[in-house]
Design a protein around this ligand. Structure first.
Ligand code: ADP
Ligand code: MG
Length: 683
């Protein structure tokens, strides 16, 4: 067999040095790259339509010429040819620029196939620059490729035709015929042929289905390869059955009962701890009560004689967690300690000694936990809060401090299930999709700049009543190119006029400031020494200030919905009624619909689904970083069933592939692509 990755594209007929260069520009270097350069869309030449069925859309029309062409020449280098045609129902005008050489092609009574967009404007129906389609091409779907200057679609089509004719026989599959039959998929060769040259809609769909499967399966396999957790060793033995009584006693000490969602995820976690090596992601909105669930896992780990490490991204969060763990759990036995960058050297030495001797059961801290010299006696569980703030390497270091410890990662950024299954392909997922009862709903109000004066007096009133406010802007300083509210601009307003008269204490905060400065401001705010913080999105993570009941987000349309949702979660934590004001001056339909979602819902999962639906998968938060935006076939709005299926049957399918040497080496061939593209290039 020939290795298509080793055949240079320049070996193909018609690819000279110049074309070679152009093809390289769109990342086609080899025949393999070429075959995998999939069309971005198709011209559907399989069906002819009537004009009225395709207004403002593209389609194929079979027309009769009603008049000989007329040609105008408004400028020396421009001629405009116009032809009147009928589709048997309506008449339309075909317009061509600088194509009068085609004049003889259109004569009264001739019939032609035309492909193009049918417009309905005040001159009636028109097709501008339609393509004349040869009879031989009728009935097919013509591929349309992404291009670069100098490269035409026609050239690529011909090149692909050549590549398929001469080389598709060398495409090997990693799925055996038997598996293909079981999975109801077409083989890879057929899929690649049909994705470039589908003869029917069915061809196209079966090719898409096969290539979607590949995207998920091969990604899953490459996640497996990069996974540092041992696949064979199970985690430490942690029994729930043995300690049910103790756990129930701890639960009954809570001043509230667990929500159903909390009960469900706790059960999922306990089952994992008991039966397998856990690597689980717990996702749930801010305030959904993840901490208490984490403390249950840590307590069970303690009861079984193992230590827990809880790692969080900031010092403030570490302290917050330490306080609540200490308050809830220390009466039940576990020794809990805090280790951060500001722990003194002498305290640190004591903590590290105790940790080694297992005189500490739960260690809570920041990145300090993964420093050299931090040695556990028998680390059984790692918990990572806001897990996306840590890199793979950092998580790996913590993991290696134990003997295949269980892991619980947490995030307050709910994402659609489809995306979660892909991005966190190596983890099981638990979701808390319900808030504890009795929360004050946050009022969300959408305004534009014409309301700013009224908004200012509302802010002043809230501050006078003793509350505090967050203000968020998309930029730090004014920009010449973008007409947006910056921290600088808004700050200047908030320290003058009525704000000044009322002695309102406003500070600004942004990502370019030192961490120590930021922490000091946040601490002062938490203590009530500051009334208003004006910032960029740096306030996103963690901070809990129950007295802050107002957040104003300027140019709200500039933020993702999930991000707006996160920001809104900074308020609504206390007894007072809370408000989120979205200032939006963008009058587009899309901006309107996005603001409406924010007004209608406070459910992070729902909002993330809507974000996906309205913005498309390329722009979702985190997707770029995970390489998700290069997925071409999986549709994250619609393919949940397929993704869940692949995830569920992955191990079984993988096993079968592994049993066949030839198939297995083919899978390697594709995984190498994935690993290179999606993982290694990121670091
Ligand atoms: P997050 O999921 O954002 O980490 P927390 O765990 O900090 O949320 O919980 C937010 C608040 O809700 C805490 O004060 C916690 O004590 C409280 N809480 C957690 N679970 C419940 C519950 N089932 N009923 C009432 N309050 C709860
Ligand atoms: Mg939390």
């Amino acid at each position: 067999m020939r290795d298509l990755k080793k055949i240079k594209i320049s070996e193909l007929k018609g690819v000279g040095p110049k074309m070679n260069q152009l093809l390289n520009r769109i990342n086609i270097f080899t025949v393999y790259d070429c075959l995998r350069y999939y069309p971005r869309a198709y011209e559907d030449l399989s069906t002819t339509y009537k004009f009225k069925d395709k207004i403002a859309e593209k389609g194929l029309f079979y027309v009769e010429i009603l008049s000989n062409p007329t040609v105008r020449r408004p400028r020396p280098n421009l001629d405009i040819m116009s032809v009147l045609v009928s589709d048997g129902v309506d008449t339309a005008e075909l317009i061509f620029f600088n194509s009068s050489f085609l004049k003889n092609y259109f004569k009264i009574g001739y019939k032609k196939y035309i492909y193009g967009e049918i417009k309905n404007n005040k001159n009636g129906l028109q097709i501008v620059q339609g393509q004349i389609i040869k009879k031989a091409d009728i009935g097919v779907f013509n591929p349309i490729y992404n291009l670069t200057a100098g490269l035409t679609n026609n050239f690529l089509r011909k090149l692909l035709k050549l590549a398929i004719d001469d080389y598709s026989n060398y495409i090997e599959d990693y799925l055996s015929n038997e598996l293909l039959k079981d999975l109801k998929l077409v083989d890879l060769k057929t899929a690649i042929k049909n994705i470039h040259y589908p003869k029917s809609y069915e061809d196209l769909e079966s090719a898409r289905k096969r290539l979607s499967f590949d995207e998920i399966f091969v990604l899953q396999a490459s996640l497996d390869r990069t996974n540092y957790r041992s696949a064979i060793k199970r985690g430490p033995n942690i029994s729930y059955t043995k300690y049910k009584k103790e756990i129930n006693k701890y639960i009954s000490s809570f001043p509230f009962s667990l929500t159903n969602a909390q009960k469900k995820v706790t059960e999922e976690i306990f089952t994992d701890l008991e039966s397998a090596s856990m690597n689980r992601l717990l996702q749930g909105d801010v305030g959904s009560g993840k901490t208490i669930v984490a403390s249950l896992a840590a307590y069970l780990t303690y009861l079984n004689g193992y230590q827990t490490a809880l790692m969080v991204p900031t010092e403030i969060l570490a302290k917050q967690h330490f306080k609540s763990f200490y308050k809830d759990l220390s009466d039940f036995g576990p020794k809990i300690e805090l280790l951060t960058g500001s722990t003194s050297e002498s305290d640190k030495k004591i903590i590290l000694d105790k940790l080694k001797n297992q005189e500490i059961d739960i260690l809570i801290g920041t990145h300090s936990l993964i420093q050299e010299g931090v040695e556990f006696n028998n680390l059984g569980l790692t918990i990572i809060d806001e897990q996306h703030r840590f890199g793979v390497d950092q998580r790996k270091i913590l993991y290696l401090k134990g003997n295949n410890p269980h892991n619980l990662s947490m995030t307050a950024t709910p994402i659609p299930r489809t995306l979660a299954l892909i991005i966190y392909g190596d983890m099981e997922i638990s979701s808390i999709d319900e808030l504890p009862p009795g929360r004050q709903p946050i009022d969300t109000i959408v305004i534009d700049d014409s309301y700013l004066t009224r908004l200012d007096s509302f802010v002043i009133k809230q501050i006078q009543a003793g509350r505090q406010a967050f203000v968020v802007c998309p930029l730090i300083e004014d920009s010449e190119t973008m007409n947006l509210n910056s921290v600088e601009k808004v700050y200047n307003r908030y320290v003058s006029n009525d704000f000044k008269k009322n002695h309102i204490k406003t500070v600004f905060l942004h990502g370019k400031m030192k961490n120590s400065e930021k922490d000091e401001i946040m601490n002062d705010f938490a203590k009530g020494k500051i009334d208003i913080i004006i910032s960029t999105t740096v306030i996103e993570v963690g901070i809990n200030v129950p007295n802050a009941n107002l957040i104003i987000i300027y140019d709200a349309d500039r933020f993702g919905l999930s991000q707006l949702h996160q920001l809104r979660g900074r308020v609504g934590r206390g007894q007072e009624k809370s408000y989120c004001v979205l200032v939006n001056n963008n009058k587009t339909e899309l901006a309107y619909r996005r603001m409406k979602v924010m007004k209608q819902s406070t459910d992070g999962f729902y909002i993330s689904e809507k974000d996906l639906e309205l913005r498309g998968q390329g722009e979702l938060m985190g997707t770029k970083q995970h390489g998700i935006s290069d997925f071409q076939f999986i549709n994250f709005s619609n393919d949940l069933e397929l993704i869940e299926f692949v995830k569920k049957s992955y191990k079984e399918i993988y096993q079968k592939i592994q049993n066949n040497k030839n198939n297995f080496s083919q899978l390697d061939y594709y995984i190498t692509d994935m690993v290179n593209v999606r993982f290694e290039s990121k670091n």
